[in-house]
Design a protein around this ligand. Structure first.
Ligand code: NAD
Length: 363
């Protein structure tokens, strides 16, 4: 199959759909891979690494979109990319169609077969192509929070690990899922005293079994949350209610109860944020202050580390890329219901119930 990998054009997107290593595996199986010049540069993969892997380098996006039977990307296609898509082509990327009627309309009009990373499942019903980005965001959260805790960046001037004779920072993680667990592990690794709160007893049980030497767990009752956040130096918001906006766990009035200069890292900002005073920020200007409390609310945290993020995403997508290329999308989806769950559009029809419900379109 002819596989195409264009350069991402969304503002400040430095990740790339295929690493040279992934491309090499596809080439070894007899597929032709065309990569747009400069596509991997932002993630530290130069064109000659793709050439060495057996790829053809195309000067611009035109040939990649015109000739590829399978297009592998990272972000949802932008308006000018959507004009280049056609029926019979397979697009494999993050789409997030539910809040995006314009993109959905264009994909349906193009007739493209679009398989969305974010709705591909695994046998346990989890979302394995979202998990790597949650892992990245989770591990980055204490790193960014520690930076924000420095006085010059607006914070309390507290060192995560303390020093002999001076206690460490107190970190509270709200939500002990993929983001929360990774955040807690890294914060504990930096020497902070960490408590994870969750509403799921099963999840707390698992965290306690595996990580009790690293951090504590508490049930996320209002009383426990209120007591812990009052003495926290850093609070990481990592809750998710699937398919819903993030619950508001700290109100503006609550800020007066926090330690002055405490840092709120709202990883759940991409679902609206779990603090009332959160608003999305960018890597260029990541923090702001409300009532003496520092807020870090970057909506695409993995974009800060595009190399790690690209490799992590590529590890998760590769087997599906190879299955689609080897068998064609229809047989690959017939053989693997988890990949079928990723199918969002085909030949002008919407094929995902949740997206259809959100957009009021019959599926
Ligand atoms: P997850 O489903 O693995 O974990 C969410 C956890 O929150 C679950 O364990 C759930 O029981 C718990 N929870 C739900 N409501 C709660 C409450 N009121 N109090 C305490 N715990 C509660 O989800 P995840 O993959 O860890 O993602 C967490 C959030 O991070 C999501 O909103 C996701 O979209 C976001 N995210 C953001 C970025 C970014 O760049 N900002 C990157 C990746 C993920």
């Amino acid at each position: 199959m002819r596989i195409g990998c264009p350069k991402e054009i969304k503002t400040r997107e430095y990740r790339v759909g295929l690493t040279p290593q992934a491309a090499r595996e596809a080439v070894a199986r007899g597929h032709a891979v065309m990569v747009e010049a400069g596509a991997g540069a932002g993630a530290g993969f130069p064109d000659d690494a793709y050439q060495a892997a057996g790829c053809e380098i195309a000067d611009g996006p035109e040939r990649v979109f015109a000739e590829a039977e399978l297009i592998v990307k990272v972000k949802e296609p932008q308006a000018e990319e959507r004009k280049r898509l056609s029926a019979g082509q397979v697009l494999f990327t993050y789409l997030h169609l539910a809040p995006d009627p314009a993109q959905t309309r264009d994909l349906l009009e193009s007739g493209v077969t679009a398989i969305a990373y974010e709705t591909v499942t695994d046998d346990a019903g989890r979302l394995p192509l979202l998990a790597p980005m949650s892992e990245v965001a989770g591990r980055l959260a204490p790193q960014m929070g520690a930076w924000a805790l420095q006085k010059a960046n607006g914070g309390r001037g507290v060192l995560m690990g303390g020093v002999p004779g001076v206690g460490p920072a107190e970190v509270v993680v709200l939500g002990g899922g993929v983001v929360g667990t990774n955040a807690a592990r890294v914060a504990a690794g930096m020497g902070a005293e960490v408590t994870v709160l969750d509403l799921s007893i099963d999840r707390l049980r698992y965290l306690d079994d595996v990580y009790r030497d690293l951090f504590r767990t508490r049930y996320a009752s209002q009383t426990a949350s209120a007591e812990l956040i009052r003495r926290a130096d850093m609070i990481v918001g990592a809750v998710l209610i699937p398919g819903a906006a993030a619950p508001r766990l700290i109100s503006r009035a609550d800020l007066a109860e926090l330690r002055p200069g405490a840092v709120l890292v709202d990883v759940a900002i991409d679902q609206g944020g779990c603090f009332e005073t959160s608003r999305p920020t960018t890597h260029d200007d990541p923090v702001y202050e409300v009532d003496g409390i520092v807020h870090y609310c970057v909506a695409n945290m993995p974009g800060a580390v595009p190399r790690t993020s690209t490799i992590a995403l590529g590890n998760a997508t590769l087997r599906h890329v190879l299955a689609i290329a080897d068998k064609g999308w229809a047989e690959a989806c017939r053989d693997d219901p988890n990949l079928l769950a990723g199918l969002n559009t085909h030949a002008g029809k919407l094929t995902n119930y949740a997206v259809g419900r959100a957009l009021g379109i019959d599926v």
